[in-house]
Write a protein that binds this ligand. Sequence first.
Ligand code: PLP
Ligand code: COI
Length: 356
Amino acid sequence: MLDIKIELTNAPKQLPEKDNPLVFGTIFTDHMFIMDYTLGKGWHDARIIPYQPLSLEPSAMVFHYGQEMFEGLKAYKAKDGRILLFRPDMNAKRTTKTCRTLCMPEFPEDDFVQAIKELVAIDKKWIPTKEGTSLYIRPFIIATSPFLGVRPSHTYKFIVILSPVGPYYPEGLDPVKIWIEDEYVRAVKGGIGEAKAGGNYVASLRAQVKAHEEGFSQVLWLDGVHRKYIEEVGAMNIFFKINGVIVTPMLSGSILPGITRDSVIRLCKDWGYKVEERLISIDEIFTAQEEGLLEEVFGTGTAAVISPVGHLRWKDHDMQVMDGGIGELSQKLYDNLTGIQLGDAPDVHKWTVEVS
Ligand code: PLP
Ligand code: COI
């Protein structure tokens, strides 16, 4: 158990106006969790303090070589007042894997969950309750050694901040338009694509800017070797429903093993669907669409939840998925998943964890 020192703010901020839409990632709560790591000493000085700027040396290694990782999960307020987290143990496990990939010290998984629970409990009045909103939790680790040589840092900070959020995409649950990237590559097998590292996101920006300029919300990445097999979208994993079967790219080493992906696979299997995790070529998708077999396309992610895809562009081929609306399965998954997260639907897999 962590012994967390608590310093409460004496200048609480104003909560967001109830009727104003919460734009994703723009508002931060009153407090943050922070803990330091020193080589030879381990993680130490766990504390919850008022949300505030950090003081770092300009030579801190994170600024130069990008040794940084982050996670994302959400807290929800149930109708009966309980505060629920969704599978935080999975984020803790993924943090361990990411830290190994990035040569960072592992953060103890129980401490990860405890830190989040205590911080969320302190800032619980910030959990929004309007439909489609939640409290987004952003844990991250940065390399802080003041050093310009290239090697793993000797000191780090683990920090958790909280942000009340609405939908990640302005479209909400309305279908998004996706650009299939065939020039740039996000990650390759043997690289760090399956880690939740900031570096993967900076690698995605060029294509995202290009996609936005063309009027598309997000980029769908193809594999970096053949430029043929579907990987994932900028901030979510991707699923296809082809002739009744649910198909999603297998975890190849270059895509993020999404927690929502894992949950959606479980739910689809529970409902009797055949689910295939395998290589999917982009040709297969266009052929399925031409043959009238492509029934649904949707993305999955913590921020994005379930995001139906209505339109895809690959080179000069444009495709509308069925009538361009929300598919039946996408809607059912959204309702069921958010139902479990909010404590309204039965949680048969015991995915939610209560913040006491
Ligand atoms: N893929 C990428 C690149 C992401 O950033 C995310 C978001 O976290 C996901 C997939 C979905 O992962 P999860 O469902 O764990 O949020
Ligand atoms: C999440 O869904 O939690 C993510 O990390 C996506 C993020 C890039 C906004």
